[in-house]
Write a protein that binds this ligand. Sequence first.
Ligand code: SMG
Ligand code: MG
Length: 371
Amino acid sequence: MEIVQIEMREIRLRLVHFFETSFGRTTERRILLVRVLDHEGAEGWGECTAGEGPFYSEEWIDGAWEVTRRFLAPMSLGREVESAAGVGELFRRVRGNRMAKAAIETACWDLEASRLGVPLWKHLGGVRPEIACGVSIGIQDTLEELLDKIERELADGYQRIKIKVKPGWDREVVEKVRARFPDINLMVDANSAYTLDDAPMLRALDEYGLMMIEQPLAYDDREDHARLQRQLKTPICLDESVRSAEDARKAVELGACRIVNVKLGRVGGHAEARRVERVCRESGIPVWCGGMLESGIGRAQNIAMATLEGFTLPGDISASARYWEEDIIEPPVLVTPRGTIHAPDGPGLGFKIKRERIEALTVRAETMAAA
Ligand code: SMG
Ligand code: MG
C-alpha cells in the first residue's frame, strides 16, 4: 500500500448534552478527521481522538494537527508499506503523539479493507458480529439528573452503566445509585482524580459490587495502582496508563489492574490495539473498548476493534444519537434493545461517509500529497 494524499480537516460538532469528567466539561467537540488516498483513488477515513485541551492526556487537537502536517504526513506520503499493519512503523521516530498517529493508521486500515472488499472488523481478525454496549455518564449538576439518566439508558437496553467520579462526587453518589439500581452492571471512572491517600474511600467502594474502578490514580502511573489493587476487592481497570502492549504487559505483571480499557487513539492505532488485546487475552485479562466522544468515523473504527476476541466486556460504544443531532456517517450507529451493536457487513468501516455534512462542519482543511 502507498498513500499518495492525506487530507486533514477540523470539524466542530456540538454534543446534545455536555460531558463532564474530573478534569472538565466538554460541550462542543473539535475533531480532526483524516482521509487518505492511494494511487488508484481508494480512500480511507480515520479520526484523531485528541481533545480540545491537553487534559485527558498530553495530546490535544492543535498539537495533533501540527504534528500531522509537519511530521506524520511527510513521513508516510509516498512510502510503500506491505500493509496497513506496517504504517505505525513509519512513525517510529516520532515519540508519543499516538492519537495523531492513529488517525492516519486507522484510515489506512479502512482503505485496505475497502480495497479488499471486506468489512474492516473481519480484516482485523474480529470474531464477534455483534458487540456489547455500555454507556459512560458524565458528572451531572444534580444526583436526580444522574439517576434519571441512568434510568433512561437502562430502558434503552445498555448493558452496563459507567459513572464518572471525582472528589466530592463519589461514595455518596455510588451509594445512591446502587440503592436505586441494586442489580445493574455498574462501574466508576475517576480519570486520575485520586492518590493513594484516598485508599480508604476507594476501599469503601468495595461494598457496592462495582464491576471495576477505572483509572483512579495518576494518568502515567502503574506502581501505585498495583499497591492500591492489593488493598481492593474491586478490580482496577487501567485506561490512561496503558499506551502500548508493553505498558499492558508491565501493568499486568505488576498487578496494577485486572481489566484494561483499550482506546485506538491512546495506543496509536489498530496494530498496537491488537497487540494490547493479545497480551491481555494471553494473561487472562478482559479488555473493553473505551470511547472519546467520537464522531461516527471514530465510532465505526471502535466497533471494528471491539469485535476482537479479547473484548469480552461491554464497551463505551453507544448510539450516535446520544452524542449528536446528526452524525457524519450513514446510517447512524444504532443500538439494539438488548444493548448491542451489529458490526456492519459492508467493506471497510461499513458506513457511508456524509461528505456534504462534513464539508458544512469543516472550519479548516489542508491537503498534502506525495512529491
Ligand atoms: O465516548 O462515550 C464516550 C465517552 C467515554 O468516558 C468516556 N471517556 O476516560 O474513559 C474515559 C473518557 C474520556 C473522555 S474525555 C472527554
Ligand atoms: Mg476512562
